[in-house]
Ligand binder design. Structure first.
Ligand code: ATP
Ligand code: MG
Ligand code: FE
Length: 333
């Protein structure tokens, strides 16, 4: 079964052709980062305009690279949410037009489910599993008993991890999005600043990163006021150590409690080298017979291939959308 998948929830315009939910025939990703960088974040109006300009070209390129035509397809899938409403609508309307013109079933996909299913493109998801979703807008521990059952057992009470990275990146003057740069700097530095590990020992699976962010910003401002030297690499390393320690310890605890077969990392922050290494080590040392899945770097950020992987479950279940499909910016799993 061939699915054409479309993703336009934020600042990547992407289209992919996926076979049987697991094989990538093409996965074209056009990033808009350069257009948003001078504003220090994603500007929704600019994002929508870029999606409009790019969408038909990217879809054509995805079909061309996969060497398929519309008549070869079994369905068209699109991200319906969560994301920026204007950005989502470009993808949703493109998908509806294709479904109508070529008489194809339409599949509406949740972007966060897509991030989890990115792993299905290189491995096989085995249930029950626990997924740590860490991205620009989400930080969640999601328990999945089967391929279409999602239960959030813990989440951030304030900032998402990626959001915290990008905010402190701005304070250190690195380009948007700061996550990748802070990660690189962290590897050159040491954990000398001892930032708070919020909620780490609390008896729940929730997270909080705004206190850590404030503590970081205060440290930088106080040092500037006193004209003290700051070691940016050590600051980055200290921030990352605090983030990783909290994420890993709570995730391992949840995996033990839920007795899962797999632990699945997902989302843009899954690209973080410190997190990947620490999670591998903790799973090896603390969890018996739990398989750890970590997506390859090229599938961590937003892409349409992951949407096609998630859509395949819905295709098998005849879970289709109709032409009233709309963008749903606040959609949850
Ligand atoms: P969501 O998926 O929650 O809707 P989003 O789609 O905007 O949000 P993603 O594209 O999944 O978010 O992830 C982008 C985030 O990942 C950014 O905040 C970025 O800084 C962060 N990120 C990317 N690489 C790294 C890294 N190596 N270390 C830390 N953060 C990273
Ligand atoms: Mg993005
Ligand atoms: Fe995302």
């Amino acid at each position: 079964k061939l699915i054409l998948a479309i993703e336009t929830s934020c600042d990547e315009t992407s289209a992919a052709v996926i076979e049987n939910g697991q094989t990538i025939l093409s996965n074209i990703v056009a990033s808009q980062i350069k257009s948003h960088q001078r504003f220090g974040g994603v500007v929704p109006e600019i994002a929508s305009r870029h999606h409009v300009e790019q969408i038909t070209l990217i879809i054509e390129e995805a079909l061309l690279e996969a060497d398929v035509t519309y008549s070869d397809l079994d369905a068209v899938a699109v991200t319906e949410g969560p994301g920026l409403v204007g950005a989502l609508l470009i993808g949703v309307n493109a998908a509806k037009a294709i479904a109508f013109a070529h008489d194809l079933p339409l599949i509406a996909v949740n972007h966060i489910k897509g991030h989890i299913f990115a792993n299905q493109l290189v491995d096989t998801l085995t249930f029950p599993l626990l997924s740590l979703v860490v991205s620009g807008g989400h930080t969640e521990l999601i328990y999945m008993e089967s391929e279409d059952s999602y239960k959030i057992i813990g989440e951030t009470r304030d900032d998402a991890v990626g959001e915290a990275y990008d905010k402190i990146g701005r304070v250190l003057g690195v380009p948007y999005p700061g996550g990748k740069h802070i990660d690189q700097m962290a590897h050159e530095g040491k954990d000398t600043y001892n930032f708070p590990r919020a909620m780490m020992t609390d008896d729940n699976f929730d997270f909080s990163f705004s206190g850590l962010k404030s503590s970081f910003i205060n440290t930088v401002h106080n040092a500037k006021q006193k004209d003290e030297e700051l070691n940016h690499n050590d600051l980055a390393a200290s921030f990352q150590a605090a983030v990783v320690e909290v994420l890993v310890s709570k995730t391992i605890r949840a995996a033990k409690l839920k007795n899962v077969k797999q632990l699945v990392l997902a989302g843009g922050v899954a690209a973080n080298q410190g997190l990947r290494t620490a999670l591998e080590k903790a799973v090896f040392e603390e969890l018996d017979e739990v398989e750890l899945l970590i997506p390859p770097l090229r599938l961590c950020g937003d892409n349409a291939a992951m949407i096609g992987a998630a859509a395949f479950v819905q295709l098998r279940n005849n879970d289709y959308a109709d032409y009233s499909l709309n963008g749903r910016p606040g959609l949850t799993v």
